[in-house]
Design a protein. Structure first.
Length: 97
């Protein structure tokens, strides 16, 4: 897709097994103006990168996941217990759902 005059801050996400219809993986495509910030995200850059979800349908992270405690280190993003947040849907102050 093509973005123009847009600001996007994409952080604390897990991009895993996102393959294009043909060719390699695609994460973000943007045009000639605007600003896209990608930080504190887990990107499956190689075939061996795995965030270690609990299962194919449960996106909580296993204890040894490389995405645990790897989210934005700012205090506003901490987990409800005050620790550094995990990357993915269940990390951060609103991730206890």
């Amino acid at each position: 897709y093509y973005l123009t005059s847009v600001l996007a801050d994409i952080q604390n996400n897990i991009f895993f097994r996102n393959s294009a219809f043909s060719g390699g993986n695609h994460w973000v495509a943007f045009g000639d103006s605007g600003m896209v910030t990608l930080q504190y995200n887990f990107l499956d850059i190689s075939a061996s990168d795995d965030p270690l979800f609990i299962s194919e349908t449960d996106y909580h992270l296993q204890i040894l996941s490389p995405a645990r405690n790897r989210g934005n280190p700012g205090p506003a993003y901490n987990d409800p217990d005050g620790t550094r947040n995990d990357q993915g849907a269940y990390g951060g102050p609103l991730g206890d759902w």
